[in-house]
Design a binder for this molecule. Structure first.
Ligand code: ATP
Ligand code: LTN
Length: 334
């Protein structure tokens, strides 16, 4: 008898920079919380990373560091399949096939493509344009039900659904149609220095972004300098008080407190007390992660065994979907 299928999660992050507080709150923290109820695949998407020029040695270092950080955040490699995208060639193979079921116009409408090509005007390569199709291949290969990501990736998951539905419309039920999972609080953490922009690892302003491996004193300094407004009261109002509302989101995630509780906690206390309190809560949330990641980085043999076993398991699942797709489109089996 066939074993009961557990619902599947797939998500990934590019090793194109240091992991940020935004990607921790928007993505990884939820991966950890969802891990028990799903069959989970967490990927380090190095093939996506090269759509922007990388220094090879840095990419190698960050790929392994990111693996250590995934584990340090609480992803157990025994329970989750953690792997490096380029180790499973099925991703590239399916992406090619899906390219032929994706429209030029659809890709041109992707806001991330528009943003990134504006930022990298000297290197608007075909990979940058095609990036969402590779992401669709990542997700569809594992027949994922749920894709936990931050708000900025929602459009890419919607395109994945469109591609899958188009393919299924021609060939029958080949792909499961995935859904996005966005956290209720923290789907879009903003920069501390320009709260109208997303906190992002490619941000040029070092004070705007918090990194999960950053030293406590640097984290505290950035929070103390966070841009707020000319009032003094701690009140959630994401339209008129972007900076304070962003800090409240961060504090809420770090402490588990509701916005109401935070407002009453800081009544009459002003920003001078609120900002360092947020900093301290973040330092304490990240401390065990930083310590564990540092410890794991000293054990390269262990990390190597994790990504080898992860790739083997992932390749096994991916091959099943890929073979089915190849057969459907008319390729002769090997
Ligand atoms: P880049 O600077 O290259 O755009 P990034 O900092 O946005 O990178 P990604 O690697 O694109 O980081 O994102 C990793 C994951 O974290 C994605 O699921 C993304 O939606 C989420 N994420 C990234 N930044 C934030 C943020 N500021 N708030 C909430 N979620 C975020
Ligand atoms: N595009 C995503 C990274 C990514 C991803 C995925 C996320 C690549 N493949 C599959 C979820 C599922 C980003 O964070 N920039």
């Amino acid at each position: 008898m066939e074993q009961e299928r557990r619902p599947v999660i797939f998500s990934g992050i590019q090793p194109s920079g240091e992991l940020t507080l935004g990607s921790y709150i928007g993505a990884i923290k939820n991966w950890v919380e969802l891990a028990n109820d799903y069959d989970c695949y967490y990927c380090i998407v190095d093939m996506h990373a090269i759509t922007v020029r990388q220094v090879p040695a840095d990419l190698r270092r960050r790929t392994v560091e990111q693996l250590a950080q995934y584990i340090a955040c609480g992803l157990d490699p025994q329970k989750n399949t953690i792997f490096i995208q380029s180790h499973v060639p099925a991703h590239a193979e399916l992406a090619w096939i899906l390219n032929c079921y994706t429209m030029f116009g659809e890709l041109g409408r992707m806001t991330q493509f528009k943003d990134k090509s504006a930022k990298n005007a000297e290197n608007i390569n075909a990979g940058l344009f095609d990036y969402p199709v590779l992401m669709a291949a990542d997700i569809l290969l594992y027949q994922a039900d749920l894709v936990p990501v931050g708000d900025d990736q929602r459009q890419h998951v919607e395109l994945t659904r469109d591609i899958a539905e188009r393919f299924n419309g021609v060939y029958g039920d080949v792909f499961r149609i995935p859904q996005t999972f966005n956290p209720k609080v923290g789907a879009r953490i903003m920069s501390l220095t320009s709260p109208e922009n997303k906190m992002s690892k490619s941000d040029k302003d070092p004070g705007g972004c918090i990194y999960i491996m950053q030293k406590p004193e640097d984290i505290m300094r950035s929070f103390k300098r966070a841009v707020t407004d000319s009032e003094t009261c701690v009140r959630y109002d994401p339209v008129n008080k972007k900076g304070i509302s962003n800090l409240m989101q961060i504090y809420s995630v770090a402490t588990g407190k509701s916005f109401e509780t935070i407002e009453s906690e800081f009544t009459g206390r002003g920003y001078g007390e609120f900002k360092p309190a947020v900093g301290e809560a973040v330092v304490e949330m990240l401390r065990p992660i930083r310590e564990e990641a540092t410890r794991l980085m000293a054990d390269k043999a262990y990390l190597e065994s994790v990504y080898r076993e992860g790739a083997e398991r992932a390749a096994h699942t991916a091959a099943r979907t890929l073979r089915k797709v190849q057969k459907k489109v008319g390729f002769i089996p090997r």
